[in-house]
Design a protein around this ligand. Structure first.
Ligand code: CDP
Length: 219
């Protein structure tokens, strides 16, 4: 029997991480935050002084990442980088290097290795299109740019990180444009995906919608 995967893709700050991890928790499934891997490459390459334009070097680095996950903490070379990878600067760097085919292919096997019994909920940009094309359920989770900027702002402020709403809105529009227009694994709604517009939904409502679709998919 193949291990079921629920693929949840969508633009930056659409709430996919929160929804995906809660769905995984309810079902007792594993959870893959694929964006965290791109962020780890961004952080590691910054620490090592690799030029953001050097795609081959970034690809090599992505293939050699020394990382491990422990509950919701992420370690890079033994150092807890759970907070360090969440800054806006690292997010922007991640979105730039995520456009390089060398980096994406170096992370493919690692991402697929998260598919373990009893199941996996994976969130990202290309979970349904490239990494798990046989996912039993494909969800495209989105919200308006303004709603996403508001959410990101609240998240950062709650963590004690200062932020300006206008800057966040501009950054996320830039990131959307880059994710959608890149040649390799662009952000797109695959055929058969369920689209979930969450601007006016609570987290609980979004989680319930995904769980209901999953029940229908396995029925
Ligand atoms: O927090 P946010 O949604 O902005 O980003 P993330 O999911 O943590 O991912 C960071 C960056 O990695 C994104 O801006 C994407 O460009 C890229 N990414 C990707 O290309 N493919 C994925 N499967 C996941 C993330």
């Amino acid at each position: 029997m193949t291990i079921p995967v629920i693929a949840i893709d969508g633009p930056t700050a659409s709430g996919k991480g929160t929804v995906a991890s809660q769905v995984a928790q309810v079902l007792g499934f594993h959870y893959l935050d694929s964006g965290a891997l791109y962020r780890l490459v961004a952080l590691a390459s910054e620490k090592q002084g690799v030029d953001i334009k050097n795609a081959p070097e970034l690809g090599i680095l992505a293939g050699k990442l020394s990382i491990y996950f422990e509950k919701d903490r992420i370690f890079l070379n033994g150092e807890d980088v759970s907070e360090a990878i969440r800054t806006e600067a690292i997010g922007l760097r991640a979105s730039t290097l995520a456009a390089y085919p060398e980096v994406r292919s170096a992370l493919t096997t690692l991402q697929r290795s998260f598919r373990q019994a009893p199941g996996l909920v994976a969130d990202g940009r290309d979970m349904a299109s490239v990494i798990f094309p046989d996912a039993i359920l494909k969800v495209f989770l989105t919200a308006t740019a303004q709603a996403r900027a508001d959410r990101r702002y609240k998240q950062l402020i709650a963590k004690g990180i200062s932020a300006k709403l206008q800057d966040l809105l501009r950054d996320l529009q830039e990131r959307d444009a880059r994710d959608i227009s890149r040649g390799t694994a662009p952000l797109l709604i695959v055929q058969g995906a369920q689209v979930l517009e969450t601007s006016d939904l609570s987290i609980d409502q979004a989680v319930k919608a995904v769980l209901d679709w999953y029940q229908s998919a396995i029925a």
